[in-house]
Design a protein around this ligand. Structure first.
Ligand code: AMP
Length: 593
C-alpha cells in the first residue's frame, strides 16, 4: 500500500467523532492491506513504529521537528525563502496553527515541489524506525536529516500526519478494541471474531503481531498464540463483592486467600539472565527497578518464567510493610540506583504464568501456585512468595482480613483454586476486599479524566476549577461520564491536574467519549484517577450505564490518588462494575468484615 493511501485514511479517521465510524473506516483500510504490512499499519495508526510496550525512542522535540521541516521545504517555499532561520519560521507558524502537522502541510503545499509519491507504508515505517534507532554521537543530526529527507518525498497530506508521529501528537483516538473490531469486520464481514482476536491480544499485548498472525494464519493461527517472554500479558483482574458470604458462594467450600499488598503490580519476564519488568499498564519498567531485576536474576530458580507479584517498600528488619506513599517514591526517572538502596522493594510473588518454555495459564491456580513455590522462596530477600492460606469460611476470611489490615496491608485477595489465569479478564476467579480509610470495607472507583472546567475565583491561578471524569464501557469501547468533581482536591492536586490536562488537551470531543455535558476543554482519555465517593446514584446528566436517558453518577466524589503510572484508560472501572457497585451498596448494611 502506498503511504499516501494510508494518509487519506488518516484524514477520514481524524474527521469523525463517532466510534462506529472509526471502526468502519478502519475496516476499509484493513481490507486494502496485505499480510506483510497489516502489522505496520496497526502500529502507524496509533502513531507508533513498534508495540506500545517497547521503549522506542522515536520521540523528537518540537524544535527538532521544526528544523527538519524547515530543511525539507526551505528552498522553494515562498514563506521560507531567504529566511535567516527557517526553524524559527516553522515554529512561528506552528504556534499560530497549534499543531505541527498543520504548519507542515501548509509549507509542503507552498513549496511547489514535485513528489513522486511512490513511498509505500513499509518504506515510511522503515525510515521512522531508523529515527527511533539512532544512538550515540550525532544522533540529533541523523534524526533531523532522516526526517527531512523523508518529508521531501511525501505529498502534503502524508507530511501532515508523518510529522505528528515522532512528536507523539498523532491523536486519532483509536483504542485497541476498536482495532480488533475492525480487523474482524475486514476479514469476516462482522465483529464475531473479536473474542478470539481479543484473547490473542490479551496474551501478547501486541496488536501488530496479532493482526499479522491473523492475516497469515487465519483464525486457527490466532487460537494457537501463546505467551511470549518479553511481550507483556494483560493482567488478570479482580472482582468486588459486598460480603464474605457472597464471595464463598462464588469460590466454593475451599479457596485461597492472600494479603492484598498496596504497591505496584510487576510482571517479571525472565529468559536466562535477561530480565524485563512490566507494570500493571504494560509499560516496560525494567530500568526503573534495578533491584528487582537483580533479585529476579538471583532468586528465581527457572530457565525462563513469567511471574507476577506486587512490589512494595518493606523493612526486613522489622517485617514492616511501608505505606503506598513510600513505595510510590520509587517511581522516578532520576537517581534510580540511589533510591533503590534507600528504599528497597520486595516483590511478593503471587502467580506464575509461564515456566521453562511453557505457557501454564490454562492449568488450575492450585497447580500454578505449587510451581511458583518450586522456583521462589518464602524468605527470598527481593523476590518472595506471597503468603497464602487455604480457607473455608466467612469467619476465617474476617480473621485474615483483620490481620492483614492491622499489618498495614490493603486487605485480601481471594482466589478460586481451580481457576485458570485469564489474561485481561475478570470472572470471579479473584475477589478483592479492600479496607477504606476509616478501616471498614468500601470501594473506590478508578475514573478517567475526560475534560476540565475553567478555574474561577481562587482557582483561576490553576487554570482548572473542576474535572469531568468517566468510566469505561467495555462493550462499546467508549468512555462515558460519571461525575464532575469540583471539590475534594488540594491546591497542589489542582495544579497537578492543570499540568496534566495541558499536555493532553485536544481540540474537540474525542470519538470514543460519549457525553451529554461539555467541559471548557476536552482531553485525550489517558489519565486514571482513583476516586472515593459516598454513594452511586442515578442522574440524567451522565452517560455511564445510561438507560432511558438516566445514567449513574458519583455522590460527593473525592480524589484519592493519581494512577497515571499504573493504569491505562481502558483499565479504569467499567460500567458493569459500576452497576454491581450500585446494586451491592444496598446489601452493604449487613457486611461482617
Ligand atoms: P485494584 O487495583 O484495587 O483493582 O486491585 C487489584 C490489584 O491488587 C492487582 O492489580 C495487584 O496489583 C494488587 N495485588 C496486591 N496483592 C495481590 C495479590 N495477592 N494477588 C493479586 N493481586 C494483588
Amino acid at each position: 500500500m502506498k503511504f499516501s493511501t494510508l494518509a487519506q485514511y488518516y484524514e477520514k479517521l481524524e474527521a469523525t467523532s463517532k466510534r462506529l465510524e472509526l471502526v468502519d473506516i478502519l475496516s476499509q483500510l484493513f481490507k486494502e492491506a496485505k499480510a506483510e504490512e497489516i502489522g505496520k499499519i496497526c502500529y502507524l495508526i496509533q502513531g507508533r513504529v513498534a508495540p506500545f510496550f517497547e521503549p522506542t525512542e522515536l520521540g523528537m522535540a518540537e524544535s527538532l521537528a521544526a528544523q527538519a521541516i524547515g530543511r525539507a521545504f526551505d528552498p522553494t517555499s515562498p514563506r521560507l525563502r531567504g529566511a535567516s532561520n527557517p526553524k524559527e519560521e516553522v515554529l512561528k507558524l506552528y504556534r499560530k496553527k497549534g499543531n505541527m502537522g498543520l504548519a507542515a502541510v501548509q509549507l509542503a503545499t507552498n513549496a511547489k515541489r514535485r513528489t513522486t509519491n511512490a513511498l509505500s507504508v513499509s518504506d515510511v515505517f522503515g525510515e521512522l524506525g531508523k529515527i527511533a534507532e539512532f544512538t550515540g554521537n550525532g544522533t540529533v543530526e541523523k534524526k533531523v536529516s532522516t526526517l527531512s529527507d523523508l518529508l521531501k518525498k511525501l505529498d502534503p497530506i502524508s507530511v501532515k500526519h508523518v510529522v505528528n508521529i515522532p512528536l507523539g501528537t498523532l491523536r486519532l483516538g483509536i483504542g485497541d478494541p476498536t482495532v480488533l473490531d475492525a480487523l474482524s469486520l475486514a476479514k469476516k464481514g462482522d465483529k464475531s471474531l473479536r473474542p478470539v482476536l481479543e484473547s490473542a491480544y490479551n496474551k501478547t499485548s501486541d496488536l501488530g503481531y496479532v493482526a499479522e498472525t491473523f492475516y497469515k494464519k487465519g483464525e486457527k493461527g490466532l487460537s494457537s498464540i501463546k505467551l511470549i517472554v518479553g511481550k507483556p500479558v494483560r493482567p488478570a483482574l479482580a472482582e468486588r463483592l459486598p460480603s464474605a458470604e457472597e464471595a464463598i458462594k462464588r469460590l466454593g467450600p475451599e479457596f485461597a486467600a492472600e494479603p492484598k499488598f498496596d504497591g505496584f503490580r510487576v510482571a517479571v519476564h525472565k529468559n536466562g539472565d535477561k530480565v524485563e519488568l512490566f507494570s500493571r499498564n504494560l509499560e516496560n519498567t525494567t530500568h526503573a527497578f534495578p533491584d528487582i531485576v537483580r533479585g529476579a536474576q538471583r532468586e528465581i530458580k527457572a530457565k525462563s518464567a513469567i511471574l507476577e507479584g506486587e512490589a512494595i517498600a518493606y523493612n526486613p528488619l522489622t517485617s514492616e510493610f511501608l505505606p503506598f506513599q513510600e513505595t510510590t517514591k520509587r517511581r522516578r526517572k532520576y537517581k534510580i540506583e540511589e533510591m533503590a538502596i534507600k528504599l528497597p522493594l520486595v516483590l511478593f510473588a503471587f502467580d506464575l504464568l509461564y515456566l521453562n518454555g511453557k505457557d501454564i495459564t490454562a492449568i488450575p491456580y492450585r497447580e500454578r501456585r505449587k510451581l511458583l513455590q518450586s522456583i521462589v522462596s518464602k524468605d527470598g530477600s527481593t523476590v518472595r512468595l506471597a503468603e497464602e492460606r487455604v480457607l473455608h469460611s466467612a469467619e476465617e476470611i474476617t480473621k485474615f482480613f483483620n490481620e492483614a489490615v492491622s499489618e498495614g496491608l490493603e486487605g485480601l485477595m481471594l482466589k478460586k483454586l481451580d481457576s485458570p489465569y485469564v489474561a485481561g479478564g475478570r470472572g470471579f476467579h479473584w475477589i478483592k476486599f479492600k479496607r477504606s480509610q476509616s478501616g471498614e470495607l468500601t470501594d473506590t472507583v478508578d475514573c478517567v479524566l475526560l475534560g476540565v472546567y475553567a478555574g474561577r475565583g481562587r482557582r483561576t491561578e490553576f487554570g482548572v476549577g473542576g474535572l469531568l471524569v468517566g468510566v469505561y464501557d467495555e462493550k462499546k469501547d467508549e468512555f462515558v461520564t460519571i461525575s464532575r468533581i469540583g471539590t475534594g482536591l488540594t491546591d497542589e492536586e489542582f495544579r497537578k491536574v492543570a499540568e496534566i490536562a495541558r499536555k493532553i488537551k485536544v481540540s474537540k470531543k474525542p470519538a470514543r467519549v460519549n457525553s451529554k455535558v461539555e467541559p471548557a476543554f476536552w482531553v485525550e482519555p489517558k489519565v486514571v484517577l482513583e476516586i472515593y465517593a459516598d454513594e452511586i446514584t442515578k442522574s440524567p446528566i451522565h452517560t455511564a450505564g445510561e438507560e432511558n436517558g438516566i445514567g449513574y453518577a458519583l455522590r460527593f466524589p473525592r480524589l484519592v490518588k493519581f494512577r497515571e503510572s499504573d493504569k491505562r484508560a481502558e483499565d479504569a472501572t467499567t460500567v458493569e462494575e459500576i452497576k454491581k457497585l450500585y446494586q451491592n451498596q444496598y446489601e452493604r448494611s449487613n457486611i461482617k468484615i
